[in-house]
Design a protein around this ligand. Sequence first.
Ligand SMILES: Cc1cc2nc3c(=O)[nH]c(=O)nc-3n(C[C@H](O)[C@H](O)[C@H](O)COP(=O)(O)OP(=O)(O)OC[C@H]3O[C@@H](n4cnc5c(N)ncnc54)[C@H](O)[C@@H]3O)c2cc1C
Length: 344
Amino acid sequence: MSGLYDLTIIGGGPAGLYAAFYAGMRDMKVKLIEGKDYLGGFLHHYAEKTIWDIGGIPPLRCDQLIRQLDEQARTFDPSIVFGQRVDGLETLPGGAYRLHTDIGDVHDTKTILVAVGRGITEMTKLNIQGADRYELTNLHYTVQNPEAFKDKRVLISGGGNSAVDWANELVGLAKNITVVHRREEFAAMERSVSRMLESVDARTPFELQELHGQGDVISGVTIKHIESGETELIEVDEVVISHGYTRSYGDLLKWGLDIGSHGIQVTDHTATNLPGIYAAGDCATYSNKVKLIAGAFTDAVLAVNSAMSYIDAEAPAMAYVSSHNEKFRERNRQLHYGGQRSAP
Ligand SMILES: Cc1cc2nc3c(=O)[nH]c(=O)nc-3n(C[C@H](O)[C@H](O)[C@H](O)COP(=O)(O)OP(=O)(O)OC[C@H]3O[C@@H](n4cnc5c(N)ncnc54)[C@H](O)[C@@H]3O)c2cc1C
């Protein structure tokens, strides 16, 4: 895994994963560094949702999309480094770069693709002592599998889009739903809030005060009125905490990249103000930027092609189309004919 790479991608969300695939089509020696222990990026925050708006892909659950992106990214066997946050940037003699990570590793590369999206995100944990012991049973920070809440008494804490969304998702499935929010008003789309309020027991302004457990399972929650201090015990089977998330980019923001209010400023070829460094996906901004998965894919193609031209000015401007690319001949044969016949 050591040595000098043509392209090092920082971030394993949709932009970074698609870039890893596309850079393979360009025969680049590629490394992808992801701060978490898993790939998929922000999609993990809504893994149970169904995605409809990627061209040519029928509606599919986000966790399935993550699996497919992961598989595609590995087509040309890039090096993938997990659990390292890229922090420092050093320019080496000759113009290559050395990246430093939070665990002290270094990674040398000719070009860099910054695909850090919304940063390394962590769910905000419930600030009640000992709450973590229920995380393996019935204290949840995401709703991964709505069916698991069937006929359950569910308490959701939070007042943003995710909390309201999950409440609406579980209406009709759960036995009953209590939504606890520390403010009077919910900070979510008006239509979703009205829909939710028709079907759940909303307690505002309340906050969670204490979890009551039987063994490692929460059986009740004491909630406290923010102003009066009055408390109430609610019996529950499942508790969902939706208190937002924190995000971090490490020291990457100190590299001297041109960063505006909407992200890293790039040209229409995704070039940043630093030579050989490109940005793609949600962290990059330019005129008419599309902050969607489809937009991240387009950015990734542009960035890889720009990096290729930076390394070799004579290289073609883009990869040869996949439909007629010799690279896929044997793979197509395997895919369609199990290697028995010639691929068309
Ligand atoms: C609630 C919600 C719903 C959405 N629904 C849709 C939808 O239906 N359809 C659609 O097209 N788009 C949707 N989007 C937008 C979509 O999620 C983003 O466009 C997409 O995730 C952007 O991908 P990305 O790779 O740029 O960034 P991310 O997905 O944010 O991935 C960035 C990755 O970089 C890693 N990283 C960050 N900093 C470092 C570092 N210093 N070192 C190492 N790794 C690092 C992070 O851990 C993360 O894995 C939605 C967004 C939200 C908020």
